[in-house]
Ligand binder design. Structure first.
Ligand code: SAH
Ligand code: SF4
Ligand code: F3S
Length: 435
């Protein structure tokens, strides 16, 4: 066995990248690598990248530029690019930034040890295939180390929806679901190592079909695991919210009352141009059904402003949709043209108009978020504690509705699940006392 080497991974983008980074670190563990928090003492630097908006992709090149000095000092340092920029740009990355030794797409992570060996031998190593084998089968099993109380678990990857603005179907490929028995085994293993909450991940997680009864079937089986207290899932598409998944929000106690259900726009005209394949009324109907079975459900969403040809009237429809739904939280973005997607070719909305709409939309969302949070004061919630807070004796955890909750009390430890009365609401979190 060779001497221990150090691996620095920087993760951009969505939770699926966070999960993949953990798994890559484990795969490289088999090659004698341990992770480090600093690029300065690393033998290998890996950027796990995101291509969703132009800014996200450009960040990668500015970060790579920063490693010039390090690489000059340490010629043995290997630099790799993984994730969605790797998939989208491939060998172009090495042409644009010759510091890069290795490029690996999101479906090829199980080949990372082999690519690293080739890079060590002085080769420029590249793999952006969509191999037939499942990367999760080939990744090293998770080591038995103890873990924090909350974990991500990828159950589905890829997307067949082809929204007109989005690169994901190109960077992550077609929808693929992992078999339910593998996921259940991985979940049991996580629980043995201290995990009490699992968030199931997929680009279209509710299109999951690795269980004969879909995602709801998988959730119900997971709910049977002793010691697992909470189940969440993200991200869902409105068209895949089937009857059983809606019902599960009413009858599965372990499924948390929080749902991220992006709609992107409140204008039927824009939804159609986005190729979302549903109307605003269909979206409202799903929410009504969800709230009928789970009245305290908190919703979250994603919005794009300034999609090509979006008028002030279209934007007003989006604002009205937000008013009507009342979100617990939401993410919003200015439309960003992505090479190769249909919307990139259309009439673009001027940047200053996008800026103005984004500001107005974010002000509304912030007001809603704050109102939903303030309404928790005086209520009793269950908090899964995760880590110490900034003040002495303080612990921070998450409520059922994913609010961060601070509590100062003796003897609280990560992994404790306790009843808490909410006594205060700050800009980004709640404070409470143990009951
Ligand atoms: N699969 C999920 C979201 C994946 S991408 C879904 O269907 O909702 C995460 C979010 O990024 C999207 O919901 C969208 O709001 C935003 N996004 C995607 N492409 C974008 C683009 N070209 N410009 C701006 N925002 C974009
Ligand atoms: Fe992108 Fe649309 Fe697929 Fe979501 S559903 S990943 S927004 S193409
Ligand atoms: Fe970004 Fe790829 Fe996730 S483009 S949002 S890292 S799927």
């Amino acid at each position: 066995m060779s001497a221990t080497k150090k691996l620095f991974i920087k993760t951009y983008g969505c939770q699926m990248n966070v999960y993949d980074s953990e798994r890559m670190a484990e795969a490289m563990g088999g090659q004698g690598y341990v992770t480090t928090d600093s690029p300065d003492d690393a033998d290998m630097i890996l950027l796990n990248t995101c291509h969703i908006r132009e800014k996200a992709a450009e960040k990668v090149y500015s970060e790579l530029g920063r490693y010039k000095g390090l690489k000059a000092e340490k010629p043995d340092l290997k630099i790799g690019v993984a994730g969605c920029v790797a998939q989208a740009e491939g060998a172009e990355i090495m042409r644009r930034q010759p510091l890069v030794d290795l490029v690996v797409g999101p479906q090829s992570y199980h080949r990372l040890p082999e690519l690293e060996a080739r890079a060590r031998a002085g080769e420029k190593a590249l793999d952006t295939d969509f191999p037939a084998e499942d990367k999760f089968d080939h990744l090293a099993a998770r080591p038995k180390a103890k873990r924090g109380p909350s974990a991500f678990l990828t159950v589905q990857e890829g997307c067949d929806k082809f929204c007109a603005f989005c690169v994901v179907p190109y960077t992550r490929g077609a929808e693929v679901s992992r078999p339910a028995d593998r996921i259940l085994a991985e979940a049991r293993d996580l629980v043995e190592r201290g995990v009490r909450e699992i968030t199931l991940l997929g680009q279209n997680v509710n299109a999951y079909h690795g269980h004969e009864r879909g995602l709801a079937g998988l959730i119900r089986d997971l709910a049977g695991i002793d010691g697992l207290a909470r189940i969440r899932f993200t991200t869902s598409h409105p068209n895949d919210m089937d009857d059983d998944l809606i019902a599960a929000h009413g009858d599965c106690d372990k499924l948390m009352p929080y749902l991220h259900l992006p709609v992107q726009s409140g204008s039927d005209r824009i939804l159609k141009r986005m190729n979302r394949q549903h109307t605003r009324d269909q979206y409202f109907a799903i929410i009504d059904r969800l709230r009928a079975v789970r009245p305290d459900l908190h919703l979250s969403g994603d919005f794009i402003v300034g999609f090509p040809e979006e008028t002030e009237t279209d934007f007003a429809d989006t604002m009205e949709l937000i008013e009507r739904v009342g979100y617990g939280s939401a993410f919003s973005f200015k439309y960003s043209t992505r090479p190769g997607t249909p919307a990139a070719e259309r009439d673009q909305v001027p940047e200053d108009i996008k800026d103005d709409r984004l500001q107005r939309l974010q002000a509304l969302i912030t007001r809603q978020q704050r109102a939903v949070q303030d309404a928790m004061v005086g209520r009793e919630v269950a908090v899964l504690f995760e880590k110490p807070g900034r003040m002495a004796g303080q612990m921070v955890g998450k409520s059922e509705h994913l609010h961060a909750v601070h509590v100062t009390a003796e003897g609280l430890a990560p992994g404790d699940l306790r009843r808490v009365r909410i006594v205060g609401s700050g800009p980004n979190s709640l404070s409470g006392v143990l009951i």
